[in-house]
Design a protein around this ligand. Sequence first.
Ligand code: TXA
Ligand code: MG
Length: 299
Amino acid sequence: MHGEIVAFPTETVYGLGAHIFNVEAIRKIFIAKGRPADNPLIAHISDLAQLESITGENPIIARKLIAQFFPGPLTLVLPKSESVPSIATAGLKTIAVRMPKHTIAQQFLRACNVPVVAPSANISGRPSSTTWRAVRADLYGRIGCLLKADQSQVGLESTVVDCTSEVPVILRAGAVTLEALQTVIPEISLADQKSLTVIKSPGLRHRHYSPSAMVVICQYPQLIVASNDTAYIGLLTPPHAEAFKRILICRDLEEYAHTLYQFFHECDLAQVKTIYCQSVSEKGLGLALMDRIKRASED
Ligand code: TXA
Ligand code: MG
């Protein structure tokens, strides 16, 4: 990577990576994204030997989750080894680790032959990028290289699970659902998002996932009044669908998650003023989807 930062595809969203032991390269990530220095990065690995090189003693529970869900859209917060520079973890004694499933991500990580720390490849506060075009639109001229691939399959960021507390807690809902995690750890729960402290997951305090347009959550799409500066995304079709500037009716939750950020991105390009998002039940993937939509709708 020669001290440069590289945008690369993963199955969740595109990442912006740097060599985990190169402090100068990591600094470039924070500058390119305008990312607050107190927001730690996720280390991306290609095999379990790399996991051992950057973490301390791993709890048994983490090993169970790894056996079940790696490679895939699950990130584990584990004790950090001394060798990892503190800029990567924003000074925390823990490190978040994930092994992507995406073929190009795996090839890239194997070629790097070292863990790669990477946040999502977007300007801080904006929706994560799920296409290389969205990465280019946000970061053109700020990064050394962009690896092109298809649109990210999942479309929402990984699930983050803190394995350093007595009972693991979900810090960020994601593609690996609460229900799936409960099959391995029945007592796992979602952290109370309001009381997540600076220590536990600093990134969650920052403004997130917001397009320029105003995002409005609606439970009853049949009540929306369409106009040529509004857009709609959801499962049900609202009345006068042709009158919206942009509209996307999704087959199911998977398609809703897969297309949400790309839809936000397109609405911004089309200078849409208001995006209506249909609310869904917070079960399965619906939990992560509603988390992102709610954050996008906050001021
Ligand atoms: O799917 C994903 O996770 C994508 C792809 C590129 O892997 N990455 C991603 O990174 O979403 P980012 O930086 O946008 O979000 C990382 C989240 C933040 O909420 C951050 O606070 C949390 O993980 N995090 C990172 N390290 C942590 C740690 N040591 N303890 C607690 N939370 C941590
Ligand atoms: Mg991000």
